[in-house]
Design a binder for this molecule. Structure first.
Ligand code: SF4
Length: 311
């Protein structure tokens, strides 16, 4: 293991490369990365780094986003099969058709979309800034929100704003909703519950209590919101409802605390496709470059830029 880590670090230096890893990556990838974060944090790192090469340990749409933001840098993804079930729920043709049905509406796309879908959008958002982005749009305007129905419902309840919401979901977060939430609360009565707004259970719970996110010991956060909360919290027990990769980072931040996944089967197979071996091959042989065609990249940069100006 140490050999491959040393080789990766050597290649990284030789090629002036930077390794970005999403919070859902396996522990050893998070440990070797220069930056670990959510989609927005990694996009910002991609924009400001001076590195010539960015190895994106995440899924394909994230590497595309890095290519859009940094067109002059070489963006690599160690496995091209690392896709996203949520991003696959909508393509550019379907979005064009939806826009035709709602002329004049403003399109807000979660970053978990392909570059072509972003190119057809007015704003991008992540789960950490979706509320801010929607609040920045005039109330006179109709909003088409896509593709995640759970995040859309959360934003709609939080902002008190009706929106057209695409019927898409991530298979990982949708499964979390199958868990009996009351049972988990009975098992861990003193724990703080941290819930990601994409997660199926959060919208079900919101319906139960209208303003669920203010309930005792329960908080709805993006992955970075969870990190910030755990840093400040005095609690020593947390139940976490999102992909379990985040637990590695949370445990590093607060080693003395206990962290339980709400559903231990919440694993994104796409995120787990990246291994140290593939990362090494990627750096060694420049595998696999992700380059968004210029015209699409130019159009897709606009909604991303608008988002970054709001955050
Ligand atoms: S966890 Fe869901 S939304 Fe995130 S990359 Fe995996 S499939 Fe996509």
């Amino acid at each position: 293991m140490n050999d491959i880590i040393n080789e990766i670090l050597k290649l990284k230096k030789e090629k002036n490369a930077v390794i970005l890893a999403h919070n859902y990556q396996v522990g050893e990838i998070q440990d070797i990365a220069d930056f670990v974060g959510d989609s927005l944090g990694l996009s910002q790192q991609a924009a400001k780094t001076n590195a010539d090469v960015i190895v994106f340990c995440g899924v394909h749409f994230m590497a595309e986003t890095a290519s859009i933001i940094s067109p002059n840098k070489k963006i690599l993804i160690p496995d091209t099969e690392a896709g996203c079930s949520l991003a696959s729920t909508v393509n550019a043709d379907q979005l064009r058709e939806w826009k035709l049905q709602h002329p004049g509406a403003v399109v807000v796309s979660y970053v978990n979309t392909t570059a072509e879908v972003k190119a057809e959008s007015d704003y991008c958002c992540t789960s950490s800034n979706a509320v801010k982005v929607v609040e920045a749009i005039s109330r006179e305007k109709r909003i088409l929100f896509l593709p995640d129905k759970f995040l859309g419902q959360y934003v709609s309840v939080t902002t008190g704003r009706e929106m057209e919401i695409w019927n898409g979901a991530c298979h990982v977060h949708e499964k979390i909703g199958d868990v009996n939430f009351d049972e988990a609360q009975a098992q861990h009565p003193d724990a703080e519950f941290l819930i990601h707004p994409e997660c199926g259970c959060s919208s079900a719970c919101m319906l139960k209590s209208q303003l669920y996110f203010d309930c005792k010991n329960t908080h709805i956060f993006s992955t970075e919101g969870m990190i910030d909360y755990v840093k400040k919290s005095d609690a020593d027990e947390f139940v976490v409802a999102t992909e379990i990769g985040i637990l590695h980072r949370l445990k590093k931040i607060k080693p003395a605390a206990a962290f339980y996944p709400l559903n231990e089967k919440s694993i994104c197979e796409y995120m787990k496709m990246i291994t140290l071996e593939k990362l090494y091959e990627s750096l060694r042989y420049d595998k696999f470059e992700v380059k968004v065609p210029e015209e699409i990249a130019r159009k897709a940069a606009l909604p991303i830029q608008r988002m970054l100006e709001i955050v």
